[in-house]
Design a protein around this ligand. Structure first.
Ligand SMILES: C[S@@+](CC[C@H](N)C(=O)[O-])C[C@H]1O[C@@H](n2cnc3c(N)ncnc32)[C@H](O)[C@@H]1O
Length: 348
């Protein structure tokens, strides 16, 4: 048993079972031990790919689009990234600004919203050549005049796993207990005042709820004074969560590029993720007075930016065969083009 498993076992022994969301929090974020606390490769040699690991073209395209938006704002502007991991995307964006948009590079402060000291250290190293431009914060900046963005952050928030009981017509929360030194599922309390969508669902249908999701997006949109908030992630519309019915909802694990349903295995060594409910973010944005919203697939969004780069070739690096290959991976429906969607909210 590794140290992280031992800690989780101790907490289960003390409490007699913990909600899955707590298990996920410990497995991913326990300081010094969790999956995201260890420096690991994202990409070919890691457990999963992200658009960032495909190559620099993703950051270059984002930089192009962000520069267009930032150019509409006067004075000093901020670019705020949450979930920057090792800072690679931030670096790709800053390099593109420095090379192609020096007037924007001059005016920006790049703010990294990062609660983990370990990850702040990696980002500091990666972004050393932009040192004067970077600030770290562990709390949402109170006022953003510029662009907030995150790539594959929201799907990594700890999620409650709920299961439908067709006899009692209730959702109950799934917890984690143990037997003979092994983690196992246990049943926790029924979830009161929950969604009344369950009436016609098969017994045992799973669902995911992320308690921190709406408050987080509400805070992002609330902080936006003038500018845009952009999230790129595995988004689903509400009805897609139940079609098809899945025992674990949309929760899944990634280990060595294999997707698995064994959420309790390889603790601290596998990624845990759940698709994100767009409707919840819509309500959160509306509550913050940010009504406009656009959702595109990653392919649609990036192709639009690509078309703009052709009209402004001086503001974008040359489309070499390598950049073109990376772009195809980002927009191809069987690769990353359809699985990821882009949400944009804006004010002003
Ligand atoms: C799937 S990784 C994505 C990394 C990177 N954005 C990319 O696209 O390659 C998710 C990252 O979000 C971080 N994260 C999770 N919750 C966070 C939070 N509340 N604030 C900031 N970062 C967080 C994780 O530690 C992890 O580094």
């Amino acid at each position: 048993m590794n140290e992280l498993e031992q800690r989780i076992h101790n907490e289960i022994a003390e409490k007699g079972g913990i909600p899955f969301s707590r298990f996920m929090e410990l497995a991913l974020y326990e300081p010094g031990l969790g999956y995201y606390e260890k420096q690991r490769e994202v990409g070919q040699r890691g457990d999963f790919f992200t658009s960032v690991s495909v190559g620099s073209v993703f950051g270059e395209l984002l930089a192009f689009q962000f520069a267009e938006w930032l150019a509409e704002l006067e004075g000093p502007v901020e670019l705020v990234e949450a979930g920057a991991h090792d800072g690679r995307l931030a670096n790709d964006i800053l390099e593109a600004f420095r090379d192609r948009r020096p007037e924007i590079y001059e005016r920006i402060t790049f703010v990294l919203l990062e609660p983990s000291r370990v990850r702040q250290g990696w980002q500091n190293e990666m972004l050393a050549s932009h040192a004067g431009k970077i600030q770290w914060t562990t709390e949402m900046p109170p006022a953003i005049h510029g662009v907030f963005f995150c790539n594959e952050l929201l799907d990594a928030f700890p999620a409650q796993k709920l299961e439908w009981d067709s006899k009692t017509k209730d959702w109950f929360e799934c917890g984690v207990g143990e037997s003979g030194g092994q983690f196992e599922w246990c049943r926790m309390d029924a979830v009161k005042d929950s969604w009344n969508v369950g009436g016609e669902l098969p017994d045992g249908t799973g669902m995911v709820h992320v308690p921190t999701l709406a408050p987080f997006w509400n805070e992002v949109c609330g902080s936006l004074r003038k500018g845009r908030a952009v999230a790129i992630d595995y988004f689903l519309e509400e009805e897609e969560f139940f079609a098809p019915p899945r025992p674990h909802g949309t929760l899944r694990a990634y280990h060595g590029h294999h997707q698995t349903d064994d959420l309790l295995a390889n603790v601290g060594e596998q990624d845990l993720t759940a698709s994100v409910n767009l409707a919840e973010l819509g309500f959160a944005a509306k509550a913050a007075g940010v009504h406009e919203r656009v959702v595109s697939t990653q392919a649609q969004w990036l192709v639009r930016i690509f078309e703009q780069t052709l009209k402004n070739p001086d503001c974008f690096p040359e489309w070499t065969p390598e950049r073109t290959r990376q772009f195809q991976t980002l927009v191809h429906p069987e690769h990353l083009g359809r699985a990821f969607k882009v949400l944009e909210n804006w004010r002003g």
